[in-house]
Design a protein around this ligand. Structure first.
Ligand code: ADP
Length: 544
């Protein structure tokens, strides 16, 4: 190799290195073609450059870049050409053989009908020349683009005036190889960016889902989704907490299998379609032995029907107790009223002369029944005042033993035949409280002990400790069922109100008693066992 040849090789190498650098900077595959052409312009004279890609899946050759006589053309305007495996056009030959091609006799080839040529006018319109027409192109170089041993494209360089020499082909081939590498890199880069963007979007969706799931878990309402095929697709924490059905047991299972009483819910709860507001329906539901009242709302969404429910059992119970209370109060008022009215009518009759004892009895009845009426109205008013927060209780020193003795003494006549005994412990002493209110509580407890006990014997015991003074009222009655124990202090609560034999009452006595005792800084407890009687204990603080 002579010195000139060596020098030329060095120049080519340098040129290609620079080209590799410049092309490698381009991350946009389409812009790589433009840069490649810029580089080419400086080193090999030409009138047209066409970059085509070959897709072996459909066997078509498509134009990716076309520059013809000073015009950059939209590659789309060239229709794809089917690869001709038997040779045919020059492009096909290069793709099939994988060998570059150099020809300085194109004109003759076109005339011989073995080549296709496109002409372009000043406006950039392309026209396929008749094969017999006078083509301008004389010289052409075509180089295959390879990827992993396969030809994936072809780049052609054409000239109307030049002759191309082997060293032109050498430079052209080098540049094409750099271009192909740069295009591949840019495509990979684009694909990587696309994947990264897709991953970021997937992560955002996952985060969004997680947030939504978190929100669903912290809301107090039960929320679940019934998919199009009737299976449970979502079951939030509140749904599990209210119903006692854990997500593992319901998710992915058909609603009618997983949720007891589902057919009732499905039949009764109307499903709001998009845009219409949902109507709630409250239904009784048996949740593992617990009777609940749940208020359901259903809305159809893209993934199925979303059900939301709220536990209204407590509200419902309060409502029921209120209506029970109104019924009870009306009944409670009517009985003494009727008695008073009857007695008064009898006393007013002029047609009969009543014996004095009977008159006395009727007057006594009017007095007792009026007292009962007063007691009922007082209880209702007191409960209302307690709820309204405007009840004040004194906290003064009270001699509890004296108070218990005198109260029991005063009650004795009306409690007969029941016997009420008072037992006083040595440490009794004084308590701090409101004398009248303590008396009221005591009267209520003794009344209850006689009313609900066996009616024979009640023991009121007073004793003390460092913490305070305890007054206990015990009876030997049937006791209070365990299920009722925690509810007897509730407002309006009456044990067994359905029993016609149940003694009359408003269900307010123990509620008022507890409120009063607590306002005095004390507490009230109950101990009871079936058949063993009942003991209420009131503990009041010592005077400070
Ligand atoms: P009322 O007596 O008007 O029903 P209370 O609040 O005083 O209302 O009592 C609530 C319920 O507690 C009663 O209905 C009864 O079932 C139960 N109870 C109260 N005291 C006793 C007792 N000594 N023994 C058994 N049950 C009782």
């Amino acid at each position: 190799m002579d010195v000139r040849e060596l020098k030329r090789k060095a120049e080519v190498a340098e040129l290609l290195l620079g080209a590799a650098r410049r092309l490698g900077e381009t991350m946009d595959p389409e812009r790589v073609y433009g840069r490649f052409h810029d580089l080419l312009r400086d080193v090999v004279a030409h009138d047209a450059v066409v970059v085509s890609s070959y897709d072996e899946r459909d066997g078509l050759i498509r134009c990716d870049y076309a520059w013809v006589e000073g015009n950059l053309l939209d590659p789309q305007i060239f229709p794809p050409i089917a690869l001709n495996r038997k040779g045919g056009g020059m492009q096909s030959r290069v793709i099939v053989s994988g060998e570059p091609l150099l020809a300085n006799d194109v004109e003759e080839r076109v005339q011989a009908g073995t080549g296709t040529y496109y002409d372009v006018d000043r406006e950039g319109n392309v026209r396929k020349l008749p094969e017999s027409g006078p083509p301008g192109t004389k010289a052409v170089m075509m180089v295959p683009v390879e990827h992993e041993g396969r030809v994936v494209g072809v780049v052609q360089l054409m000239s109307d005036h030049e002759r191309y020499e082997p060293h032109d082909l050498e430079i052209f081939e080098g540049l094409v190889a750099q271009m192909a590498a740069a295009v591949r890199n840019a495509r990979l880069q684009r694909e990587r960016l696309r994947l990264e963007a897709a991953e970021a979007a997937a992560r955002a969706v996952a985060a969004e889902r997680e947030r939504a799931a978190h929100v669903l878990d912290v809301v107090g309402d039960g929320i679940f989704l019934v998919d199009g095929d009737g299976t449970i697709g979502l079951w939030n924490r509140a749904a599990a907490a209210v119903t006692g059905l854990e997500p593992e047991g319901v998710l992915g299972r058909p609603a009618h299998e997983a949720v007891p009483g589902w057919s009732e819910v499905e039949a009764r709860v109307p499903i709001a379609e998009g845009g219409y507001s949902a109507r709630s329906v409250t239904l009784p539901v048996d949740a593992g032995g617990r009777d609940l009242w749940l208020s359901f709302v259903a809305v159809r969404g893209a993934d199925g029907v979303v059900y939301t429910f709220r536990d209204l059992t407590d509200e419902r119970r309060l409502d029921e107790e209120k209506s029970d209370f109104i019924a009870t109060i009306s009944h409670e008022l009517r009985t003494p009223m009727a008695a008073v009215y009857g007695a008064a009518r009898t006393l007013l009759r002029r047609d009969i002369e009543l014996p004095p004892e009977q008159r006395q009895k009727l007057l006594e009845m009017i007095a007792t029944q009026s007292a009962r009426l007063t007691q009922i109205t007082e209880e209702v008013l007191l409960a209302t005042r307690i709820d309204g927060g405007d009840l004040r209780v004194a906290r003064e020193p009270v001699d509890v033993v004296e108070l218990v003795r005198s109260t029991v003494e005063a009650m004795k006549p009306q409690l007969e035949p029941a016997a009420v005994d008072v037992e006083v412990g040595a440490a009794a002493g004084e308590a701090a409280g409101d004398r009248d209110r303590i008396e009221q509580v005591l009267v209520n407890l003794v009344d209850n002990a006689v009313k609900y006990g066996d009616g024979r014997r009640v023991v009121v015991a007073v004793d003390g400790s460092t913490s305070g003074v305890q007054i206990s009222v015990s009876d030997t009655g049937p006791g209070i069922p365990p299920g009722d124990l925690e509810r007897i202090f509730d407002k309006f609560y009456r044990g067994d109100p359905n029993l016609t034999t149940a003694p009359s009452g408003t269900g307010l006595g123990l509620y008022i008693a507890r409120e009063l005792v607590e306002r005095m800084g004390g507490r009230i407890d109950v101990r009871s066992e079936a058949g063993e009687g009942t003991t209420f204990v009131v503990e009041l603080p010592r005077p400070s």
